[in-house]
Design a protein around this ligand. Structure first.
Ligand SMILES: Nc1ncnc2c1ncn2[C@@H]1O[C@H](COP(=O)(O)OP(=O)(O)OP(=O)(O)O)[C@@H](O)[C@H]1O
Ligand SMILES: [Mg+2]
Length: 162
């Protein structure tokens, strides 16, 4: 069974707040895919979640490095941006496959570039431009993903929960 939450008219502050609210549930690890066109807010979301997890101000975008890794309170966190990946084969060549053999929290921007070589998402979030704000479309694919999504359900901004 999957579950879905769609939120409309999410401005930057609201997006950061949504991400930060996931932090307690995300401490258990898991895989979060962050899809969406250029500038949709993927890094903004990841940065707010990482800060709420205790990474502090050290959050760099992995746009050029491909991956930024952290360890906070015993939790390994890997923030990936696969925009520059030509295909899933490059992930193995770069040795990234080893990252998800151990329990960790993975935040993956542009997951479609690594399709076939990435672990399936617990939570797949798609961000879309909507005027000056964004639409957030999140689908849980596992019990862990539903645990993350439950944090957003029932809030005043929730437009539709299936
Ligand atoms: N919910 C939002 N509403 C309005 N503006 C936003 C929102 N979220 C982020 N932004 C702004 O959009 C711009 C792009 O954000 P961000 O870098 O997070 O996008 P991205 O999806 O990571 O882009 P890329 O595809 O280049 O990695 C930034 O200037 C940011 O301040
Ligand atoms: Mg980005």
């Amino acid at each position: 069974m999957s579950a879905r939450v769609v939120l409309h008219d999410v401005d930057e502050a609201a997006l950061a707040e949504l991400a930060a609210r996931l932090a307690p549930a995300a401490r258990g690890g898991g895989v979060i895919h962050l899809a969406g066109e250029l500038g949709a807010g993927k890094t903004t979301f990841a940065r707010a979640l990482l800060r709420a997890l205790g990474v502090g101000e050290r959050v760099k975008s992995p746009t050029y490095s491909l991956i930024e890794s952290y360890c906070v309170a015993g939790l390994d966190i890997h923030h990936l941006d696969l925009y520059r990946i030509a295909g899933a084969g490059e992930l193995e060549w770069l040795g990234l496959g080893d990252l998800w053999s151990a329990p960790a929290l993975l935040l993956i921007e542009w997951p479609e570039r690594g399709a076939g070589a990435l672990p399936p998402p617990d939570l797949a979030i798609a961000l879309h431009h909507a005027g000056l704000a964004r639409t957030v479309d999140a689908v849980a694919h596992s019990a862990r993903g539903r645990g993350l999504l439950d944090v957003w359900k029932g809030g005043p901004a929730v437009d539709r929960a299936l």
